[in-house]
Ligand binder design. Structure first.
Ligand code: WT7
Length: 692
């Protein structure tokens, strides 16, 4: 293989960067590993601790299941409040008038901003609303929201009173939401009436109604649902603009019968409000006091939980705690984006994913940063929306996913060249490996060869970046996540668990905790240990493979388990298979991943129909619909193929590598002598549908 090109960081960036040379990085890194307490102490001291940690209890952990239960404790004995540290602290430093967020709506005419001071008041008011509805420390609050400022307010209000938010991405189906509400036993749900994505109207409250009904059927009743009048408000504003006067509502509050916006508005749909359960956000907020004393919680009390797919069984409720997560979110944000006062930072991720938690909310606010929150899509009203937003707010750090980059590359350079993009300094990538072609386009076309690209590798479980280049510091190799962040010690292991030293490839594992890593899976510590710590005792196992090159750079090569990553959404083949086999006409299903030029990977499904069932377009349409409805639109199968037989070994195990070859139409299937029936393979190739 050719030696990959190396791109030196822009010297102008390096000059002022927080970390401006590899020598400085190495020195800091060594300290973070050798003397963690000394390394993290200055970070710790930036924050307010109502009670300091107990001397000698800075960090204690066990990663080795053979020695006892896995345990990770940072800052034992300390108490604090994350919301207080993000907002009150910034306001008290005299920065209350600083903009926390520029909010940019789906419609370019719809935008607003909020200062730290105002955000604090709104958070306090909503914290009081939550308290009025009986939410207490430790209770879970489900959130199913579009990208509006209220989602940040709701998250921080939870933190203010020690409640635990459990967000479900608002692209998930009602079934997925119900499953998460049930597992987390959420007491209250926060949502919005509707949202526009591009030109599509999505009624979130309807989805919540179905999910709450389903959860109730299975024994868990959500006591209260608070609904943001998002579209009602937008309709009122737009109607007022169209007609020269406010129409129906006055734009600041919706009326309680849920009919607001119906007069004169095409988009808005009536929302059903169930008496004594459903409440409008604005009405609840109206009389709520704008101050609320923070609840001091322990450093190891939960801050939030967030579900991620598992390769088997139900989604996993990854639990993050308070003190360590705060320090880690703050530190990674500062160094990885090289954030400085007056920079404007924009992360395009939805708050429904971990990227939105750590790098739309907690990391930026912990640094008193100014960010953009964007509700819309990269394609509306035109394919240059991202670039126009960058110019509108003079964004200096831009953080997005390879799938978005690839989908925008398709439109060529013209939409980009309409905009200056001169404010950009750092470009981030996250969610999946970035292919060199996309990396180079990002570097040249968006960054004009002046910006550093940070290809950040991490997971819902890691809480923050774990492998990443640093801007102005790390010489870049397109597609390499490069080096570990402070406090992170990556190890490559071979099949037998032997450490791969120097150049080579292996399972990517970590041998010690960093402050921001998860502590457990909600209500299932057993599964936590099983999934992450049992394969290689003493190591946290990421489930990814990685390669170390001659220069010590790490390249993440992708999942080593039955997981796949469609447009940055991680899912398991098993969860899609289980939805497919629920169909009355399907007896068996096997799903594999196939590379996709834009999505990174896509789902290729093999389906064995039941005796007597017909495999036709009607069936494949039904199956696609079922997957969409049960999991979410992003899980939509690319191809569904008829498979009268599946390639099974004599012991009945499906040989997935053969299916991956069929999906690729690659006849080089390798050794199939252990198959019970080798004839199945030819039949599968013959059965490939024309659209595959
Ligand atoms: C999986 C985690 C981290 C937030 C978004 C996804 C893949 C993530 C990279 C990267 C190569 C990456 C891994 C990982 N992944 N970032 N820069 N290079 N692969 O969070 O849903 O928990 O998914 O995404 O496979 O295990 P997640």
């Amino acid at each position: 293989m050719d030696k990959p090109a190396v791109y030196a960081p822009n010297p102008k960036l390096a000059k002022n960067a927080h970390i401006s040379s590899m020598a400085q990085y190495k020195e800091m890194y060594a300290k973070s590993i050798d003397k963690p307490e000394e390394f993290w102490l200055p970070v710790y001291k930036q924050f307010h601790w109502e009670t300091p940690y107990t001397p000698g209890k800075f960090l204690s952990y066990n990663f080795d299941t053979e020695k006892g239960p896995v345990e990770i404790k940072w800052l034992d004995g300390a108490t604090t409040n994350v919301c207080y540290n993000l907002l009150d602290r910034t306001v008290r430093c005299g920065n209350g008038d600083r903009i926390a967020y520029y909010w940019e709506g789906n419609d370019p005419e719809d935008y607003s901003r909020i200062t730290y001071k105002k955000l604090l008041q709104e958070v306090c008011r909503f914290a009081n609303v939550l308290k009025d509805h009986g939410v207490q420390k430790g209770d879970r609050v489900a959130i199913y929201m579009p990208m509006v400022l209220e989602v940040v307010i709701a998250m921080l209000a939870c933190s203010r009173i020690g409640a635990v938010h459990a967000i479900t991405f608002a692209g998930f189906s009602s079934d997925s939401l119900a499953e998460r509400i049930l597992d987390s036993k959420s007491k209250l749900l926060v949502t919005a009436d509707c949202v526009m994505r591009g030109e599509k109207l999505i009624c979130l409250k309807d989805i919540c109604d179905t999910a709450m009904d389903r959860a109730a059927e299975q024994g868990h009743v959500v006591e209260c649902c608070i609904v943001v009048e998002h579209l009602a408000r937008l309709n009122a504003t737009l109607n007022a603009q169209d007609n020269g006067h406010a129409n129906g509502t006055n734009g600041t509050n919706g009326n309680s019968n849920g009919t607001n916006g119906t007069n004169g508005s095409a988009a808005y749909k009536k929302v059903d409000m169930k008496e004594d359960r459903d409440f409008w956000w604005t009405e609840e907020m109206e009389d709520a006091p704008s101050s609320c004393y923070p609840v001091w919680v322990s450093a190891e009390d939960p801050l939030f939980m967030l579900y991620t797919s598992g390769s088997t069984g139900k989604p996993k409720g990854v639990l993050h705690t308070t003190g360590g997560y705060l320090m880690y979110a703050a530190t990674t944000f500062k160094y990885v984006f090289d954030y400085k006062p007056n920079d404007v930072y924009w992360c395009t991720a939805d708050v429904g994913w971990i990227t939105g938690h750590t790098y739309v909310v907690y990391g930026p606010l912990a640094n008193g940063a100014t960010s953009v929150i964007f509700e819309g899509t990269p394609f509306y009203p035109g394919n240059d929306r991202y670039w126009s937003v960058i110019d509108k707010y003079k964004v200096s750090q831009f953080y997005t996913a390879p799938t978005a980059i690839r989908s925008l590359m398709k439109f060529g350079d013209e939409p980009v060249l309409k905009h200056s993009l001169a404010s950009l300094k750092v470009l981030g990538s996250v969610g999946e490996p970035i292919n060199p072609e996309a990396w180079l386009w990002y570097y040249k076309m968006i960054g004009k060869e002046e910006c550093s690209i940070v290809d950040t590798f991490w997971q819902t479980e890691t809480g923050g970046h774990v492998l990443t280049p640093l801007p102005g510091c790390t010489p870049m190799k397109p597609g390499a996540a490069s080096f570990p962040f402070f406090g992170v010690q990556p190890v490559l292991l071979d099949e037998a668990g032997k450490v791969v030293e120097g150049p080579g490839e292996g399972y990517l594992v970590f041998n010690r905790p960093w402050p921001g890593m998860m502590r457990t899976l909600f209500g299932n510590h057993e599964r936590f240990q099983q999934v992450y710590f049992s394969r290689f005792p003493g190591y946290y196992c990421t489930g990814d493979g990685a390669r170390r090159d001659e220069d010590g750079y790490l390249w993440v090569t992708g999942r080593v388990d039955d997981m796949l990553n469609v447009s940055g959404h991680l899912m398991s083949t098993a969860e899609v298979e289980s939805v497919l086999v629920e169909h009355a006409s399907v007896s068996e299903a096997a799903v594999v991943s196939r590379p996709h030029p834009v999505k990174g990977e896509c789902l290729y499904c093999f389906v064995t129909p039941n005796e007597g069932a017909v495999f036709d377009k009607k069936l494949t349409d039904e199956l696609k619909k079922q997957v969409r409805e049960r999991i979410g639109p992003f899980a939509m199968p690319e191809v569904i193929q008829n498979a009268p037989g599946l390639p099974k070994t004599r012991s009945g195990k499906i040989m997935r590598r053969v299916l991956r070859k069929v999906a690729l139409n690659d006849r080089d299937v390798g050794d199939i002598s252990t198959l019970a029936d080798e004839g199945v393979v030819d039949q599968l190739f013959a059965n490939r549908p024309p659209e595959a």
